[in-house]
Write a protein that binds this ligand. Structure first.
Ligand code: R5P
Length: 287
């Protein structure tokens, strides 16, 4: 097995290779003066099982990098090519919400079907119930739930777990059940990609309690900030935010979230709050 560190996930890739005690090589990715991508393997890949580690944030060039690398690997007769993409981008565009829109998740899925197997962590499966609806290749869906549960259990006694919308409840409820905590859920109305409103579905007493808001993706952060604003009124003892995939695309919102809460995420996407390490989870799936 040869682990290939792609441009978004070099640190993670190196860690995984170290855990598995297998060969590691960095994919060289450069840009030509006109900004076209240049890709080069730095080691012999013929007859090897290649595992590409590449999270999809930022996504657009990272996808093109993978396509160029995967086709090259096939031409150079790699035995098998596996993609580990801890954060699977484009998956939220899972329906034509308005006439003429691209159902991008399916199209990106098709592009990545060149890989013999795709492994990802907590993909945002909402209208799709399984990765089989996105990829016609072998897939494996891992979950960081166990790691998040351990993390919470070490830090908190009797917290209340909050899912900021119905979609996030699959993570919030699972976690709450596993650690024996109360859980509650917000109902979210999305007006645009940058405007949401949330209301608690049923009343819950959060006064003087440690609150943990769990969501799969913190993208702009609007969802989380709205939930925080709603909860703050009821004077909780503390507010913690746990996101699986921490994007933080809106810096102003991010600063506000930081003002009112402590943030933790996994390291599916590198960011200053990535304290929950998923390296072992991935390594175990490759054994
Ligand atoms: C979608 O429903 C997801 O679970 C997240 O709640 C959503 O992607 C967060 O987006 P944003 O941070 O932009 O509000």
């Amino acid at each position: 097995m040869l682990i290939i560190g792609c441009s978004n996930s070099r640190i993670l890739a190196k860690n995984i290779a170290k855990i598995l005690k297998v060969e590691y090589s960095e994919l060289t990715v450069k840009k030509f003066p006109d900004s076209e991508l240049y890709i080069k393997f730095e080691t012999e890949i013929k007859n090897k099982e290649l595992v590409f580690i590449q999270t999809l944030h930022p996504s657009n060039e990272a996808i093109l990098e993978l396509i160029l690398a995967a086709h090259t690997a096939k031409e150079l007769e790699a035995k098998k090519i596996i993609l580990v993409t801890p954060y699977l981008a484009y998956i939220r565009q899972d329906k034509r919400f308005n006439p003429g829109e691209a159902v991008s998740s399916k199209i990106v899925g098709k592009l990545l079907e060149i890989f013999d197997k795709v492994i990802t962590i907590d993909p945002h499966l909402h209208r799709f119930k399984s990765l089989k609806e996105v990829f016609h290749t072998q897939t494996l869906k891992l979950t960081s739930n166990g790691l998040i549960e351990e993390f919470i259990a070490k830090k908190f006694k009797n917290p209340i777990i909050i899912g900021p919308d119905e979609e996030s409840y699959q993570w919030a409820r699972e976690t709450a059940l596993a650690i024996g905590a109360h859980a509650a859920i917000f109902k979210k109305k999305r007006f645009s990609s940058t405007k949401v409103r949330v209301i608690l579905k049923s009343p819950i007493d959060v006064k003087n309690k440690d609150i943990i808001i769990i969501d799969d993706i913190i993208s702009t952060g609007h969802t989380i900030l709205e939930a925080i604003k709603n909860l703050k009124i009821h004077k909780p003892k503390s507010i913690t935010v746990i996101g699986i995939h921490g994007i933080f695309a809106d810096k102003k919102i991010y600063q506000e979230i930081k003002k009112y809460s402590t943030i933790y995420t996994t390291n599916t996407i590198e960011n200053p709050h990535a304290k929950i390490d998923i390296s072992n989870l991935i390594a175990n799936s490759l054994k």
